[in-house]
Design a protein around this ligand. Structure first.
Ligand SMILES: NC(=O)C1=CN([C@@H]2O[C@H](COP(=O)(O)OP(=O)(O)OC[C@H]3O[C@@H](n4cnc5c(N)ncnc54)[C@H](OP(=O)(O)O)[C@@H]3O)[C@@H](O)[C@H]2O)C=CC1
Ligand SMILES: O=C(O)[C@H](O)COP(=O)(O)O
Length: 478
């Protein structure tokens, strides 16, 4: 008999306990109490999940796309009906404040609906041979979009519902089956999200949910011959490792970042300060797209730092239950890592403008000035509430520091001159440049890309449909 707080995995429509009799306890980042346990699945069970998905896929792909869209619309409705319950689970499991946790569920429903709509309009094409030299009008190609088969979706802890659904929904609408492996810390939110999908009428086996430590079953999953495509969001180290495991299947990776804010001489400093603080500190900086360093010209730095300090001092710090802006980090290891970056910078003479206080996993928002390139925090991704200010002598230096990073997710450029904005944007080696706004993924139909060590391939609703399908060409010779 399973205890109330022990969550099963899902294979072929059946919620089950693992024959390993092993479960993994998940501890809340802020109460440090056990939220629940998930199953540590065996390899045989993982095999069953993949084979079950394979069996379900062909029938699903054969359905008219409008029928597939019905499932997604129903799923979005079911998620919205459970927004309070799932929001609470996200809060308890990953420590996101309650308001943001509920917003995540609502945003997920919106992504799913938009994906269904895009899916309805997503078709192949037609080509005529005579546009190529020597070609003929009598040779015509009909290009259809076909599903790849079984998509393996692996998600991280920080958006346990949203980032998972952003992979699952495009896979399903294009006729793929899914094996979904949530982050272990985030797996209960994943279970709840999948329950909603099942309530919406998920065909048996079409999505199978596997749980267990990535370090134990991850390689087995990613190198499994039954997997036809992998879509992954998580740390750069994990992503690099995964891409070496996978063989001959498309892989999309959304990885870490070190997004800079470049504050140009003609920037509106009030706007820049507002956007930088919101971008750097929401969910305590546990966003791949968080602003993770600021470049400002020496002669404007005092003014900007003063404005940032004023805002950072006002951020509420505490419990996600009280909707605090700054909440405890996901676990002690992460908090220790961020503290290590702060300590290194302070030892190398960075100035603590605010913060550098710690209460367990709760790190107060920390603003560091006079950060130099010799400090680790200038280059490493903290995934926590610390913002380094790097004073520079020229715009060229800002561009150079941006491009020197191993990461290339996004960058913010603050300027009131549109020509400067485009000139600088073109020189930055990142996936997306935000002009006069914080770095962020949304709106979710925009392409979302990481270059260099920040990723491979592209997500974003329309682009995800492309990456989860292949062209099938039939040529007619009249
Ligand atoms: N660019 C982007 O879009 C985003 C990037 N991120 C990045 O993710 C990181 C934080 O998320 P976090 O969850 O800690 O990332 P991890 O890389 O630790 O984990 C991500 C996922 O990978 C799984 N995993 C672990 N090892 C393996 C393996 N060998 N094979 C396959 N899967 C494996 C994890 O499972 P388990 O939990 O069981 O270990 C989890 O489901 C940050 O670096 C952040 O920048 C986060 C969000 C968005
Ligand atoms: O995982 C992340 O950090 C997200 O992809 C960021 O999403 P956001 O920019 O919309 O918060």
């Amino acid at each position: 008999m399973m205890s109330m707080n022990t969550y099963p995995y899902l294979i072929n429509g059946q919620w089950q306990e693992s024959t390993t009799n092993e479960t993994i306890e998940l501890v809340s980042p802020y109460t440090e109490e056990v939220v629940g346990s998930v199953q540590a699945m065996s390899r045989d069970e993982v095999d069953e999940a993949i084979h079950g998905a394979k069996r379900a896929q062909q029938e699903w792909a054969a359905l008219p796309v409008n029928k597939r869209a019905e499932l997604l619309y129903a799923w979005a409705d079911k998620l919205e009906e459970r927004v309070d319950e799932i929001g609470q689970i996200i809060m308890r499991e990953v420590g996101k404040n309650l308001s943001d946790a509920k917003k995540e569920v609502v945003r997920t429903a919106e992504i799913i609906r938009y994906t269904a709509e895009e899916g309805l309009r997503f078709t192949g094409g037609f080509m005529q041979g005579d546009s190529f030299p020597g070609g003929s009008k009598n040779k015509m190609a009909i290009i259809k979009k076909e599903a790849l088969g079984v998509v393996l979706a692996i998600s991280p802890f920080n958006y346990p519902v949203n980032l998972a659904a952003a992979k699952i929904a495009p896979a399903l609408i294009t006729g793929n089956a899914v094996v979904f492996k949530p982050a272990t810390q985030g797996a209960i939110s994943g279970v709840k999200m999948v329950e909603a999908l099942q309530d919406a009428g998920l065909p048996s086996g079409l999505l199978n949910l596997v749980t267990g430590r990535g370090s134990v079953i991850g390689d087995y999953l990613t190198s499994h011959p039954g997997i036809d495509m992998i879509t992954f969001t998580g740390g750069t180290g994990t992503g690099q490792h995964l891409s070496q495991q996978a063989s001959m299947v498309p892989v999309v990776l959304e990885l870490g970042g070190k997004d800079p804010a470049l504050v140009l001489e003609d920037a509106d400093l009030t706007l820049a300060a507002d956007q930088i603080v919101s971008g750097a500190f929401s969910y305590s900086g546990q966003r791949c797209t968080a602003i993770k360093r600021v470049f400002v010209l020496e002669h404007q730095a005092d003014e900007l730092v003063g404005m940032l300090k004023e805002r950072v001092e006002k951020l509420s710090v505490g419990s996600p239950v009280d909707n605090s802006f700054i909440v405890p980090l996901i676990d002690k290891k992460s908090a220790d890592y961020v503290q290590g970056l702060i300590d290194d910078a302070v030892n190398k003479q960075a100035t603590v403008v605010h913060g550098n206080e710690r209460d367990g996993n709760l790190l107060h928002p920390t603003l560091l000035d006079h950060v130099t390139r010799e400090m680790r925090v200038a280059w490493e991704e903290p995934f926590g509430p610390v913002l380094p200010i790097i004073r520079v002598s020229s715009l060229d230096e800002m561009i150079e520091l941006t491009n020197e990073s191993e990461f290339g997710l996004q960058a913010s450029v603050f300027t009131q001159n549109v020509n400067n904005a485009f000139t600088v944007a073109d020189k930055l080696d990142v996936g997306t440049v935000q002009v006069n706004g914080r770095t962020e993924r949304g709106p979710d139909h925009f392409p979302f890309i990481g270059v260099k060590q920040s990723g491979l391939g592209v997500q974003g609703i329309g682009r995800s449909l492309e990456t989860m399908t292949r062209d099938k060409v039939t040529v007619i010779n009249l």
